[in-house]
Design a protein around this ligand. Structure first.
Ligand code: SF4
Length: 337
């Protein structure tokens, strides 16, 4: 058993930010000791040879079973993460952790609370994995799935996000299968191409890609998503097609339904034309109003009508369940001043 004095304590970020192989090969400890520390820290949450990470959960808000928590990092800035229990088709409950990849976001989507912060800073790999670690061990949640759908655009921070996926899938660490990890992007074409190359590494083939499209054409998209000025829908479709051609799984096309903006009666057929021939599923997200929102949430009947029209246009479609809206934990509502 390793004994450690205060001076020799390992800083947790070295473990949170490293795969098992990288940690063991870089550690000055014996292979057995290094392996034991790594496994116990990730599986049980602590080890006598590992110090405190100095982070704490400052706020937990719940609505039904949905829990939003703020994790304060060393510089006092916080990330928001959400734990969502979701019943699958077999009746089994999945516990999905929605993690943040940045503090704030530079993308400026007009319907999103996080955008109002601007990008404050990037998160490190350790800070991303720490969100899982605290959910698992401080909150005692058995996380089965992780989605990069919290604060920030993951493709804008792939230097930290890709190594975080390696730690999250490491069977000596979080041991979450790649098939249960999803990365959602605003439509960052270069990022999709980098993720496509990463997906072809051993063990990563089953990663899930979600693209937040939210509009039936470039005109509407440019009004609500500044990235559309740099990445046109044909360019975006090209990157998505390359993902599929490289063996990637069918893509989740996210569509935020905003009254008066994205719910035009022709939108479903235009979307179907754009997606023609592409293996995908449309996920309709009823807009969750940000603070001081110019738009209300759509009515139930408007959501149902839109989903029916998307299905009639020939696209597989389902609805994102609205969870945590009252505690600002729903999609597009994360972020604080
Ligand atoms: S929707 Fe995503 S990419 Fe757009 S501003 Fe919000 S966090 Fe950033």
């Amino acid at each position: 058993m390793t004994t450690a004095t205060q001076e020799t304590l390992t800083h947790p970020d070295q473990l949170l930010g490293s795969t098992f192989d990288d940690w063991v090969s870089s550690s000055a400890l014996s292979r057995n000791d290094a392996a034991a520390i790594y496994r116990r820290f990730h599986r049980q949450g602590q080890h006598p040879a590992v110090g405190s990470d100095g982070r704490s959960i400052s706020t937990i808000q719940t609505e039904d079973e949905t829990r939003k928590f703020i994790l304060e990092h060393a510089d006092g800035l916080g990330t928001e993460s959400v734990i969502l229990p979701i019943e699958g088709r077999t009746g089994r409950i999945r516990r999905t952790l929605c993690v943040s990849s940045q503090i704030g976001c530079a993308m400026g989507c007009t319907f999103c609370q996080t955008a109002t912060m601007g990008r404050v800073r990037q998160l490190t790999t350790a800070e991303i994995v720490a969100q899982w670690h605290h959910a698992r061990h401080a909150l005692n949640e058995r996380i089965t799935n992780v989605v990069f759908m919290g604060m920030g655009e993951p493709m804008d921070n792939l230097e930290a996000v890709l190594p975080a996926i390696e730690v999250l899938t490491d069977h000596n660490a979080a041991a979450i299968p790649a098939s249960q990890i999803g990365i959602s992007t605003v439509g960052h074409a270069e990022g999709i191409e980098r993720l496509t190359a990463f997906m072809n590494r051993p063990g990563m083939r089953q990663l899930r890609l979600a693209v937040s499209v939210n509009a039936p054409n470039d005109d509407v998209r440019r009004e609500i998503m500044p990235i559309a000025k740099a990445v046109s829908m044909p360019r975006l479709r090209n990157a998505m097609q390359n993902w599929l051609d490289a063996g990637g799984r069918p893509i989740l096309v996210e569509y935020v339904l905003i009254p008066g903006e994205t719910d035009d009666v022709d939108a479903p057929s235009q979307l179907a034309n754009w997606l023609d021939g592409m293996p995908c599923r449309v996920n309709v997200i009823p807009y969750n109003p940000k603070s001081d929102s110019p738009w209300p949430a759509p009515t139930e009947s408007a959501v149902e009508q839109f989903i029916t029209a998307v299905a009639s246009a020939g696209l597989p479609v389902n609805r994102r369940q609205t969870r945590g809206r009252s505690v600002m934990a729903a999609c597009g509502q994360l972020g604080t001043s």
